[in-house]
Ligand binder design. Structure first.
Ligand code: GUN
Length: 294
């Protein structure tokens, strides 16, 4: 069996970031600098790495970035105040509150304090409703990155059976809706699904976003299927692995994303896309005005 084509999220994300940089420069020429605010609460090491990567990518693309770092003991009221201040700041077009928040904080209430037009994570009730009903709105970055990667590799979704393993608000649920909107037939599975293996075997496009290292074995993949691995886990031996057994799956799939270098970089690229879109809209510019092919 030949090896699967590698869907190179790192290279694709770099191409998108270059497009964003050029559109951001055009927007700035018209007197509007796109601004992103990232809020990080607590000491979770993985979150610190993600936020640093987002900060760097946004700065590289010419966006004005401010990162608000708050201690693990921050109160709900203090966090809400920070978000409300950013909500009122005209220089800020996108607000992202890094998740998970420490367990004493109410993430749902904090997210609802973000105005929907600045909600570059697409997590407010308003943007979730827009996604489900097919109205325009900001879409969550990781699932949007999955669809964008497929699009750029000319892998169509129409009529395909997409099996999503994972039902989170950040990935699984929004991805299922994005795939439906692209005319796929969608099955949503999760950690409690019975006969998970049988569902996976029926996927034309299998998306793993369940957060369990190498849960999905190579022989659960239908020959010729496309595999998107959203998981980033530390295996017992210290390796960074996805939710899919990459070695096994890449012998059977027609195309597969690696971990790292697959969906992770796409998430960051789509954050920049969402922020620039928010900024352009606020400043009365269209993608066409910016020479941006979106
Ligand atoms: N934590 C892990 N992924 C994400 C994401 O896409 N957005 C936010 N806000 N937090 C995350």
């Amino acid at each position: 069996m030949s090896e699967a084509r590698i869907l190179d999220g790192k290279a694709t994300a770099l191409a998108i970031r270059t497009e964003v940089r050029s559109a951001a420069a055009k927007l700035e020429e018209s007197g509007c600098r796109a601004g992103l605010a990232v809020v990080l609460v607590g000491e979770d090491p993985a979150s610190h790495v993600y936020v640093r990567n987002k900060d760097r990518a946004a700065s590289d693309a010419g966006l004005a970035v401010q990162t608000v770092r708050l201690g693990a003991a921050t109160t709900q009221e203090r966090l809400l105040q920070e978000v409300r201040t950013l909500a009122e700041d005209d220089a800020v077009h996108g607000i992202l509150v890094q998740l998970p928040l420490p367990s004493h904080l109410d993430a749902a209430e904090v997210i609802e304090a973000i105005p929907p037009h600045k909600d570059v994570d697409g997590l407010t009730q308003s943007n979730v409703a827009a996604l489900v009903t097919g109205r325009p709105g900001l879409r969550p970055c990781t699932p949007a990155g999955c669809i964008e990667l497929l699009t750029r590799y000319e892998i169509g979704l129409e009529g395909k059976h997409v099996v999503v393993v994972g039902r989170s608000m950040l990935v699984g649920k929004p991805l299922a809706h994005l795939a439906l909107a692209a005319n796929a037939t969608v099955t949503i599975c999760h950690s409690r699904t019975q006969e998970l293996e049988q569902h996976c075997r029926r996927a034309d496009i299998l998306v793993a976003a369940v957060g369990i290292p190498e849960l999905i074995r190579g022989d659960w993949v239908q020959p010729g299927a496309v595999v998107l691995d959203v998981g980033i886990n530390r295996a017992e031996d210290g390796r960074l692995v996805g939710d899919v057994d990459f070695e096994g799956a890449s012998r059977i799939a027609s195309a597969i994303t690696p971990v790292p270098g697959g969906i992770g970089p796409m998430t960051i690229a789509m954050l920049l896309v969402n922020t620039l879109q928010s900024a352009a809209l606020r400043c009365g510019m269209t993608a066409k005005d910016l020479g941006w092919g979106r």
